[in-house]
Design a binder for this molecule. Structure first.
Ligand code: GCB
Length: 596
């Protein structure tokens, strides 16, 4: 019983900082709190006991404090600490970030402090007082600071950031990417009218080509607030008034609408007005649905030519944080010839998502339910639901997002099923206009039937099933690729969400020996897998793992890996490996077939 009460209290506590999120924060009146912040590294977690967030300075002759934010380490925000200081490369623990800023309470306005992401836990203090906390390294959270701003306008903000891996965290204890810590995305101070547009969701109906569905929510549960949504280029608008919960819903019939598609990523200016508030942004409209084993975009079957990348700039050995970083990652994806990106394995920054939409990529976004998650823990489930909610709320107006992923490589069990089911319910309560998917890794070769198959009843709950399968790398071939036939969820679209193998750029070696770590072996592995894909009747897309070599602490081989997962089609220095050309050719062929 004690345990249950604790779980409930705990869940309530951490949800408090992130219950609401302003939709489209970049479309508001905001100021960035980026730049160099002062920092204190707190390996033994003593800062809280010492109340260093009070930032006291000695006053009397006998006064002293064993800390100061002045004159010490400075860290760039947004940024991970690991890449900014050699001593912090492997650091997992607490770092206190601090900075002053000027702002006072303004009549008729609310001021919201918004964090794009803090990896992984954040404790936020303003002017010495704790104002909120958050868990989850890849989703935004906000705190209304209006009533905590200093009367003289001189504020001091402190954030305790902790990235220690724990069994109840998401991801948990071990994962195949670098555990970057820090304030890794923009920090913003956003001014909004006292009663403002908190949330809106504007999207095309799942299958109707000209019906735009609309939901708007004001920040206060007040009836009768006039709300308007305008799409000037279409000469269309919706007008309504809020109900007693401050919400209004409706539709716009939009004949003549040009739908967003990878080859024509059309976006429209959309203006949302509610009471005294007004927010604008570009929004695209597209249908996405499933018909048998096909994925339909705007009613047409599409083969998803996908690739993945981590939110990492390999050359800098650090997190991607800016629009320039997004441009680098997405340009290389474009060059490969893809029409889809799986943002592995967590929601990536808004620069990437928004630019991807403009460049015409369908996106798969997922939360880091990555192997090893404690599906029995109620607090872990609450965190997962919270992350999923934050991801959906941030990006639900991005038509580029076609897929929400709920898990990667999980083992069937009653607890796993209940956990994932609960995530699907949470997601669908917000958004039913996307396809829901998950990546599985338990496809096996059935010796009796002489084919590849999978037993996981959870697949029934998904629109699209995805499989990670490393034939020729983790799994030797039981038959030749040409003879390898699949019978996996035969009635649903199947995406091969990961396949590949490692190669060190520039390394020549045998096409037959896995441990040659050569571009030649990797190229052969690609040829073999692409051959096998011809034998998957319900194949709706493929996604090589991965676009770039990425850093991973458990890749120990001293000459071939040196702490890098070398499955990239492109090396850590940006050089394209042989397998890149094979994949590029395959995608070009698939693209041309799609035009027929
Ligand atoms: C997987 C995981 C991915 C890893 C990859 C690998 O199945 O989903 O996160 O990085 O395998 O390289 O082993």
């Amino acid at each position: 019983m004690k345990k249950v009460i604790f779980a409930i209290l705990f869940v309530g506590w951490f949800l408090s900082a992130s219950a609401t999120l302003l939709t489209n924060v970049y479309g508001r009146d905001y100021r960035l709190l980026n730049g160099r912040w002062d920092a204190i590294v707190d390996l033994y977690d003593q800062g809280e006991r010492m109340k260093i967030f009070e930032n006291r300075k000695p006053e009397g002759n006998t006064d002293f404090y064993e800390y100061s934010f002045d004159g010490g380490l400075r860290l760039e925000v947004p940024g991970d600490w690991n890449s900014q200081n050699p001593e912090l490369k492997y650091y997992e623990g607490t770092v206190w970030y601090a900075r002053p800023f000027e702002a006072t309470k303004q009549a008729g306005k609310r001021t919201i402090l918004y964090f794009g992401a803090v990896s992984y836990r954040a404790e936020v203090y303003l002017n010495g007082k704790k104002i909120g906390s958050h868990e989850g390294g890849f989703t935004p959270f906000q705190i209304d600071v209006t009533d905590d701003l200093a009367a003289d306008g001189k504020n001091f903000l402190v954030v305790g950031v902790n990235n220690r891996r724990t069994v109840d965290a998401i991801p948990a204890l071990a994962f195949d990417w670098w555990n970057y810590g820090g304030i890794t995305r923009d920090v913003m101070l956003v001014d909004v009218p006292e009663t403002h547009i908190e949330d809106y969701f504007v999207r095309l109906d799942k299958s109707k080509p000209d019906v735009i569905d609309i939901d708007v929510k004001m920040s206060k549960p007040l009836a009768g607030i006039p709300v308007k949504i305008e799409i000037p280029a279409l000469k269309k608008q919706f007008e309504g008034t809020t109900d007693a919960s401050g919400k209004v819903s409706g539709t716009i019939k939009a004949k003549g609408l040009r739908r967003w598609a990878p080859e024509a990523p059309v976006l429209y200016d959309v203006i949302v007005s509610g009471g005294d508030d007004r927010v604008a942004e570009e929004i695209g409209f597209r249908n996405i649905e499933v018909d048998g084993t096909k994925i339909l975009i705007n009613g047409e079957p599409q083969f998803m030519r996908c690739v993945s990348f981590h939110e990492e700039i390999p050359q800098r050995m650090g997190r991607a944080t800016s629009e320039a970083d997004a441009t680098m990652l997405l340009s290389e994806a474009k060059a490969l010839g893809v029409n889809m990106i799986r943002l592995a394995h967590y929601p990536q920054n808004e620069y990437t998502v928004r630019l991807a939409e403009k460049m015409g990529f369908v996106l798969w976004q997922e939360i880091p339910i990555w192997q090893g998650i404690d599906f029995k823990d109620a607090s872990t489930l609450a965190k997962a639901k919270n992350m999923l909610t934050e991801m959906l709320n941030r990006d639900k107006n991005r038509c580029a997002v076609g897929f929400w992923g709920v898990a990667n490589e999980t083992k069937p069990s009653a607890e796993r099923n209940a956990f994932l089911m609960s995530l699907l319910e949470t997601g669908k309560a917000i958004d039913t206009s996307r396809l829901y998917t998950a990546a599985f890794d338990l496809v096996f070769f059935d010796n009796d039937r002489q084919l590849f198959t999978m037993n996981d009843s959870f697949t029934e709950n998904l629109d699209v099933v995805a499989v990670n399968k490393y034939m020729g790398w983790y799994h030797p071939w039981p038959l030749s690729p040409a003879e390898s036939v699949w019978d996996v969820v035969p009635d649903k679209p199947l995406i091969i969400s990961e396949f590949g193998g490692e190669a060190l750029y520039g390394q020549a070696g045998s096409r037959d020996v896995v441990s040659s770590w050569s571009e030649d072996y990797q190229a052969r592995l690609y040829e073999d897998n692409l051959r096998m894909f011809d034998n998957i009747p319900n194949l709706a897309g493929v996604s090589p793992w991965i676009l770039f070599d990425f850093r991973s602490p458990f890749r120990f081989h001293p000459t071939n890996q040196e702490g890098w997962n070398r499955k990239g089609l492109v090396s850590d220095r940006g050089q394209r490996k042989k397998a890149w050309y094979i994949m590029h050719y395959y995608y070009e062929k698939k693209r041309k077939e799609g035009l027929k």
